[in-house]
Design a protein around this ligand. Structure first.
Ligand SMILES: Cc1cc2nc3c(=O)[nH]c(=O)nc-3n(C[C@H](O)[C@H](O)[C@H](O)COP(=O)(O)OP(=O)(O)OC[C@H]3O[C@@H](n4cnc5c(N)ncnc54)[C@H](O)[C@@H]3O)c2cc1C
Length: 405
């Protein structure tokens, strides 16, 4: 006797992975009329997508050829529309806003990187301004001018503010940079999915994919709530399992270049926002939320699937943040956490068909940009899975490219 499964009704699309990518695809496909099932082995929207900062740097103003910039540009447009759409549908305010981004370069290496950035922004037609220290200080009063002017020597260590590097710190302002409060965005997406009739399966246990040589026939799992074994059958199956996509694809005999990259984060509690914009320096940033909470992040650590924070990184983040905003030392550190970004070997996400499975699809590997690129990913995957020509050519994002067999 084989194992007894109860068969769930048949779907147009089953998505495995309920982070921002899976949720966005589910919402978009359900909006366009498909019967969708979204399955997660944990709680929906609680992994990397929850852990992130929600920074959405603006995209190019005109036509662009670079595939990543095309993705950024489309995401930028779709996020703006979705913030309104999600609010109308769910009454949840995701705090999406074009808050602006301040970019600070204190060390010689940061200045060199910023100059390259500026050349790229010029090419893309992204508007920015070079600011003086006075402009920064008057716009962001809580940033200390001493800290702003001094060059960083080592993580947390500041150069002499009167030394030679002091006068050379540079500041750039991008008015159209945006942010979204990602935990709220996820709650809104989940509510939208529910309103659109998406079947949500959380805490799925022992999930496995059944496939023959050319198609994925079903997804079997054990329900956490009832203990029942379920078999989910769908015309199409899309994997959106973030950093964990590699192990799942291995069960189908497919290798990817996706690997986990840990990022750590701190959350401080001010009475009101210490400044309005996102403050960036290299890979570090501060993101003010409207209720006075301030996120400080982050780092890139290749430690496998190991989550958790380290005292060393917490000290580095606190030291960096207080060098720019000394008030941080006087407000409570509310909490700290880490998340596993889905890194990809060449920096491009994997979007498209899961060859050799003609009804299998993948949307994963968005690394530091998944919250941003999720909206474009949803639009493009919906078009691709329907057999329509996507707005952006997905060829550069195909699974089997260059360094992936
Ligand atoms: C500290 C930090 C800061 C960040 N800041 C930003 C930012 O400012 N802007 C930005 O755009 N991006 C940011 N990111 C990156 C962004 O969060 C990720 O790129 C994005 O969340 C990836 O979304 P995802 O849906 O692919 O993955 P996840 O959110 O990790 O979701 C994957 C889901 O799949 C489920 N799953 C995994 N394996 C299985 C399985 N076998 N069966 C069933 N379910 C499974 C998991 O439980 C999880 O819910 C940040 C990330 C971190 C960690």
């Amino acid at each position: 006797m084989g194992t007894k499964y109860s068969l769930e009704s048949k779907f147009d699309l089953a998505i495995v992975g309920g982070g921002v990518i899976g949720l966005s695809i589910a919402a978009q496909c359900a909006k366009n009329g498909w019967r969708v099932c979204l399955i997660d082995r944990g709680a929906i929207g609680k992994e990397s997508s929850w852990a992130g900062a929600g920074i959405l740097p603006t995209g190019a103003s005109g036509p662009v050829e670079d595939p990543i910039e095309q993705l950024r540009q489309l995401s930028d447009q779709v996020h703006e529309e979705w913030a309104r759409w999600l609010y109308d549908l769910t009454q949840i305010d995701t705090e999406y806003r074009r808050c602006g981004g301040l970019y600070i370069a204190r060390s010689p290496a940061e200045r060199a990187t910023m100059r390259a950035n500026c050349m790229w922004w010029d090419e893309l037609g992204i508007e920015y301004e070079r600011w003086s220290l006075d402009q920064v200080s008057s716009r962001c009063r809580m940033l200390a001018s001493g800290g702003l002017a001094s060059g960083m020597l080592a993580p947390g260590g500041l150069a002499d503010p009167s030394g030679p590097s002091a006068t050379r710190a540079e500041y750039y302002w991008v008015q159209r940079d945006a942010q979204v409060r990602n935990p709220r965005h996820l709650i809104a997406l989940k509510a939208a999915c529910q309103a659109l009739g998406v079947s949500l399966v959380e805490q799925a246990q022992d999930l496995s994919l059944q496939a023959d040589g050319t198609s994925i026939q079903s997804i079997s799992l054990k329900s956490y709530e009832t203990g029942n074994l379920l078999k989910i059958v769908a015309d199409r199956v899309c994997l959106a399992t973030g950093a964990w996509t590699g192990p799942l694809l291995k069960t189908l005999g497919i290798e990817t270049g996706i690997y986990p990259v840990r990022g750590q984060m701190q959350l401080y509690r001010f009475d009101r926002p210490p400044f309005e914009c996102v403050v960036n320096e290299g890979h570090r940033y501060m993101v003010p939320r409207q209720d006075g909470r301030l996120l400080v992040g982050s780092c890139e650590e290749e430690v496998g699937f190991q989550k958790g924070t380290t005292q060393e990184m917490m000290d580095q983040l606190a030291s960096w943040a207080s060098s720019l905003c000394p008030m941080i030392q006087h407000v409570p550190l509310e909490t700290q956490w880490s998340g596993l970004r889905p890194g990809s070997i060449d920096g491009f996400p994997y979007l498209g068909t899961l060859h050799p499975y003609t009804n299998g699809y993948v949307a994963a590997g968005h690394f530091r940009h998944g919250l941003h690129w999720s909206s474009a990913t949803a639009v493009l995957m919906d078009q691709h899975m329907r057999g329509h020509k996507p707005l952006i050519d997905l060829e550069p994002f195909r699974l089997h490219r260059g360094n992936v067999p």
